[in-house]
Design a protein around this ligand. Structure first.
Ligand SMILES: Nc1nc2c(ncn2[C@@H]2O[C@H](COP(=O)(O)OP(=O)(O)OP(=O)(O)O)[C@@H](O)[C@H]2O)c(=O)[nH]1
Ligand SMILES: [Mg+2]
Length: 361
């Protein structure tokens, strides 16, 4: 799986409806709160225009796109961090996802301001993180005490952790999510990004009424700027209706509405961007595959995404940029034109690269 996305928000805002649009799924949708109790999960292929071009050019026997998993989580209410509603279960589900889609209901026209609703959710996530910070602080304190009399070096790490945790706690108390603090902190350990709920990249999805498609909501735009998160406008009901139509009919309808991309397309683009992921491709025998890695990943680690042995015994990579490949139409042509580069261990894989790894068998 390339990445997972947890759908969160207050009860009854249309999370399951959006989940169904994204996964063409059939999660239960209903007008009473807490309709969803157990999370719904569904994996879908990442829409990728380059993959379609590779398919048309190479006509491979097998095409293996990158995939994203969506998890539709129970609605959250005030007090969730202390077990209200489906509190703790809900929070555990969020801990395991890579990115959060925060759904705000704007389609009834009677909702309290969208920001108020988002704050309820954000406060619960922050409270849960504060408890997690406290627990880690206790551990760090114990380690510092335990190493008393030992070398200073051994104590350096828990001391550093304590300092970092105290900063995070102070920030959370002021309402600053770990995500924004981590951006400002140098050497923020990557494992803490997955540990804290407010450390995860967020995308806001405003679930708007059909009539409001194409209209932005000022409050949400301001929120997006302040929190540095993308804001997408989705009409879950309209998207569900479009799913019922034939492909070309839906396409026509979309362009009439000025909705050139589906909710899935828009969400995937925003997620890849916020997660800093790029896509590279492999063409091996009759199989074309897409892989996602963090921007800046070096060739051996990219090979490791395919198989850990390939990372260990990496020798070199042959690279063709996507635009060169598109022009040539085949690996053979690209080779003849001298457009295949040989790169070593220090090469950082670029978005769209077509890569052939050499490794010791
Ligand atoms: N008019 C309109 N109704 C919608 C839209 N999205 C969802 N609904 C309705 O709102 C109700 C709640 O939708 P759900 O998708 O079940 O909401 P949820 O957030 O998953 O709710 P819980 O699981 O209970 O937290 C359902 O009756 C939906 O049909 C929309 O875009 N427009
Ligand atoms: Mg639901």
């Amino acid at each position: 799986m390339s990445f997972s996305c947890g759908i969160v928000g207050l009860p009854n805002v249309g999370k399951s409806t959006i989940f169904n649009c994204l996964t063409k799924g059939s999660a239960e949708v209903s007008d009473y709160p807490f309709c969803t109790i157990n999370p719904n999960a569904g994996a879908v292929r990442i829409p990728d225009a380059r993959m379609e071009k590779l398919d048309a050019l190479l006509k491979p026997e097998e095409l293996i796109p990158a995939r994203v998993e969506f998890i539709d989580i129970a609605g959250l209410v005030e007090g969730a961090s202390h077990g209200e509603g489906l509190g703790n279960r809900f929070l555990a589900e969020i801990r395991r996802v890579d990115t959060v889609l925060h759904v705000v209901g704007c389609f009834r026209g009677e909702e309290a301001g969208p920001i108020e609703g988002m704050k309820v959710v954000n406060v619960e996530l922050a409270l849960s993180d504060m408890e997690a910070v406290e627990r880690r602080l206790e551990k760090a304190e114990q380690m510092i005490k335990g190493s008393r009399g030992g070398s200073d070096e051994a104590a350096a790490s828990p001391r550093e952790e304590r300092e970092l945790l105290l900063k995070l706690k102070g920030g959370l108390e002021k309402g600053i999510p770990v995500r924004l603090q981590a951006q400002a902190l140098e050497n923020f350990p990557p494992e803490l990004r997955t540990h804290f709920l407010t450390a995860k990249p967020v995308i806001v999805a405003a679930n708007v009424g059909e009539k409001d498609i194409g209209r932005k909501i000022d409050e949400l735009e301001d929120y997006g700027k302040a929190e540095r998160v993308p804001v997408l406008y989705i009409s879950a009901l309209l998207e569900s209706e479009l799913l019922q139509l034939q492909c070309d009919e839906a396409g026509e309808f979309r362009s009439e509405m000025g909705l050139n991309e589906s909710a899935l397309d828009r969400l995937v683009t925003a997620s890849l961007e916020t997660l800093g992921l790029i896509t590279f491709y492999t063409v091996v025998k009759e199989k074309v595959s897409a892989w996602t890695v963090r921007r800046g990943t070096l060739a051996p680690q990219a090979a490791g995404k395919i198989h850990s042995d390939m990372e260990r015994s990496f020798i070199k990579a042959e690279i063709i940029s996507f635009s060169d490949f598109e022009e040539c139409g085949s690996v053979k042509q690209a080779r003849e034109k001298g457009l295949v580069r040989i790169e070593g261990k220090a090469y950082s894989v670029q978005d769209g690269d077509i890569v052939y790894f050499h490794f010791r068998p």
